[in-house]
Ligand binder design. Sequence first.
Ligand SMILES: NC(=O)c1ccc[n+]([C@@H]2O[C@H](COP(=O)([O-])OP(=O)(O)OC[C@H]3O[C@@H](n4cnc5c(N)ncnc54)[C@H](O)[C@@H]3O)[C@@H](O)[C@H]2O)c1
Length: 318
Amino acid sequence: MQEKILVFGANGQIGTELVEQLRTIHGGSAIIACDIKDPDFAHRHDGPFEHGDVLQEASLQALFKKHKPTQVFHLAALLSAVGEQRPQVAWELNMNGLLHVLELAVEFKTAKVFWPSSIAVFGPGSPKHNTPQFCVMDPSTVYGISKLAGERWCEYYYLKHGLDVRSIRYPGLMGWKAEPGGGTTDYAVHIFREAIKRREYECFLRADTQIPMMYMPDAIRASLELMEAPAEKLTTRSAYNIAGLSFSPAMLAREIRKHIPQLTVTYLKNDHRQAIANSWPNSIDDSVAREDWNWQARFNLEDICEDMLDNLRKIALR
Ligand SMILES: NC(=O)c1ccc[n+]([C@@H]2O[C@H](COP(=O)([O-])OP(=O)(O)OC[C@H]3O[C@@H](n4cnc5c(N)ncnc54)[C@H](O)[C@@H]3O)[C@@H](O)[C@H]2O)c1
């Protein structure tokens, strides 16, 4: 079957890489990138782009009508750190955007929907180490509350309407192709750019703050593998835990210093993002994803640092 795939929030950190990968698999014209902001110059001619605001239900409906998507990837959201600055806006976008997409996917009989959740669904009451798929979930950020509610809505649409919706709780993601969009783990991208440019970095998280993280190629592969998995194998229609690796700013700095020994890192004492990070797990148990669709991460910290520095250095030389 020829796929037609709509990607909402296509120009963000994840969308930029996901659209590229989807176009490699299905061909440029099969993937309709949608966002409220224009694509970067580099991606302007890679395939079709539509201005699409997930909060405008009528214009969203027009996009479903025009393209009749077989799959939808809904990525548009306000992330954890910016969400805490604008809680009402975050709630509005993260909830109503998702509900519009789920409703239209049912109306237009979209075969599959992907929507990412986050480790932000966990909170201070959740087990800190090897946080399991099912446990106490008491998120303390608007972002986390919206993701937990979103997970329940996804399962609800699966149970009530038979919508084939699939989701992953992404850890903090790092990649070199696009800037991060205002999350609590953005430091893990910024530090590379500053290490190359200035050999110094002021980190907004404390040196020992260990958070589950993942390299973008693993995260994209996880999303595509989950979307390709046989429906009958999937036991979770809220969102799957997936684990990559866990590290702190100090551990990341140590690894980068193997390539850039002059790097100095200072740590802010009172950044508002520290409280968010403190409420999240240190590490994730992803045994259910491994069991259901054979999930396995590939990149370790050494590989990530080498690949990030290699690619960012090439960009810096252009
Ligand atoms: N990046 C991470 O580390 C991470 C971790 C866990 C979960 N996630 C989730 O993955 C998804 C994508 O994250 P990201 O890092 O790419 O975010 P991002 O902030 O980089 O990108 C979001 C994109 O959505 C677009 N957008 C905003 N409002 C919109 C609207 N009303 N209509 C259409 N588009 C709109 C923005 O212009 C932007 O291009 C989000 O749901 C996020 O919660 C990301």
